[in-house]
Ligand binder design. Structure first.
Ligand code: RIB
Ligand code: CA
Length: 339
């Protein structure tokens, strides 16, 4: 049984890798790709999503334009990380299909409400579309199967400011709304994804297969690899977004803790910072006695303030096993899409 998935993206090199992984994964029924502003403008991201799908011969997948700018702040993009186009050095033919007329927010609502309890929503971008969907149709909170978000920096420095990860920094108000929404959130933070590294050796493996997929991966990641080397001094590139998608079908690759997360959306100094509170025993979903039992002792060095946990946080990940599987599936996709 294929799991219906909606990818909410800001394509973006690693967003494109998440789209490709969804296409080749038999566990996934990619219901659609929704787009917002982030790594590049929403319109550039929309064109990129359509071009990537067209390159992979999957113009049948709906691509929906979303909200272009963050709820309150001006759009902050990442050309230094993803290139001016958003896809590094990759140059793709224009898409052979128009984007879907349905707005991303409406697409997300309609899909979730039409298939209650079935749709996995995977936001790997600033959470603007998701926050708008929650505000427009609060019933999606109970109807969505799960929301697996790539975002936040919890116990490590941010990748955008010293405190904030990019997706939460770009639209901290949307991130705050989504964290507080009550949706069944799994959060994959930068803490985890910065160690999920693709190396040139993997790209060489893929280039052995003559395919537009291989060439795209090589050209897109070449820019991304150069950025990581010049900015972080590492010879690989963190493929953040495919990790969130993979947890819809390889959940056992990760370890989880149930915690409370909120996002700074007032102070400019700490804007976009994900603030975590560990409440009691974090190994299981919150039980009433864990929260209201004031006579219950605090966990080791835990603080007295104890909000109800609202997020299943990924605290460990088998990135080596994931990367091996990811490369294998990219090779499968490359073989499926001949030159
Ligand atoms: O911080 C990394 C995240 O921000 C990834 O989703 C990347 O594509 C950007 O959107
Ligand atoms: Ca992204």
């Amino acid at each position: 049984m294929r799991n219906p998935v909606i990818l909410d993206t800001d394509p973006g090199i690693d967003d494109a890798l998440a789209i490709l992984l969804a296409l080749i994964s038999p566990e996934v029924e990619l219901r659609g790709v929704t787009v917002t502003g982030g790594n590049c403008s929403m319109l550039a991201g929309l064109a990129n999503a359509r071009s990537v799908l067209s390159m992979a011969r999957r113009s049948d997948i709906p691509v929906c334009a979303g909200v272009s700018t963050p709820l309150l702040r001006p759009l902050y993009t990442a050309a230094e990380t993803h290139g001016a186009s958003g896809l590094g050095y990759a140059v793709l033919p224009d898409a052979t299909h128009a984007h879907t007329a349905t707005h991303a927010v409406d697409f997300i609502i309609e899909e979730i409400m039409a298939h209650p309890g079935q749709v996995s929503l995977v936001p790997v971008a600033p959470l603007t579309n998701i926050a708008m969907a929650v505000r427009k149709e609060p019933r999606i909170v109970a109807a969505v199967k799960e929301v697996i978000i790539m975002g936040g920096a919890v116990r490590v420095d941010g990748n955008t400011t010293s405190l904030a990860e990019f997706n939460f920094y770009v639209d901290p108000h949307a991130a705050h709304i989504v964290m507080q929404s009550g949706m069944p959130i799994t959060l994959v933070p930068w803490d985890i994804t910065r160690d999920v590294m693709l190396y040139q050796s993997h790209i060489e493996q893929l280039l052995a297969i003559q395919s537009p997929v291989s060439r795209f991966l090589a050209d897109a990641t070449r820019f991304y690899l150069e950025f990581h080397l010049s900015s972080f001094g590492v010879a690989g590139c963190a493929i953040n977004d495919p990790v969130a998608l993979a947890l819809t079908f390889w959940p056992d690759l990760a370890q989880y803790e149930y915690v409370h997360v909120d996002v700074e959306h007032v102070s400019e100094l700490s804007m976009g910072k994900s603030v975590i509170t560990y409440v009691g025993d974090t190994t299981h979903p919150p039980r009433d006695t864990d929260i209201t039992g004031f006579n219950r002792s605090l966990g080791k060095w835990q603080n007295v303030y104890r909000p109800v946990p609202n997020v299943r946080l990924v605290t460990g990940f088998d990135h080596e096993r994931f990367i091996a599987r990811f490369v294998e599936r990219m090779m499968q996709l490359a073989m499926q899409v001949p030159t």
